[in-house]
Design a protein around this ligand. Sequence first.
Ligand code: HEC
Length: 149
Amino acid sequence: MRQSILVASLCLIGSAALATPAEDALEARHGLMKMISMEMGTLAGMAKGEVDYDETAASAAAKNLMALAQYDAPKLFIEGTSSDDMEGSDALPAIWSDTEDFAARYASFATATDGIDQEVMGGQGNLGPVLQKLGSTCSECHKPYRADR
Ligand code: HEC
């Protein structure tokens, strides 16, 4: 029993070691974007009335967005991971011709999350404006820097 646990954990370490830094960065930023869109989805579901408005759940989703926005996402966009370099990457090479602008657009998203944990409280009607202001920061980065957007 103990031995099989040891073998299983060695396998995990082994497979992690096989991933290149580029693959790790790609996987990590896809995960980050996925988490961001899941929290946005929670708020959007309530805004559309697909899910009942729940102030606690809305505020929790907003807090997660605030935390995710604080993560240093640009560091996951390492050299050699553009859509030209790697299969599965939708990160346009334009990112690397102006990394400062790219970082500034992530910072705009972070700024847009300021105080949203409070703003989403008080009723379903408060969700729309928050989603709109956050959503525009997504598209302001996706348009220039994400393939097929
Ligand atoms: C500073 C730029 C930037 C901001 C801001 C940003 N994104 Fe992204 N996003 C990207 C880039 C670049 C990709 C493509 C990444 C790749 O394929 O390597 C991406 C990919 C995604 C993906 C696809 C992930 C996958 O698994 O392929 C989703 C979903 C996503 N973003 C959602 C969002 C949402 C929702 C917001 C706003 C709340 C947002 N993003 C804000 C740059 C940004």
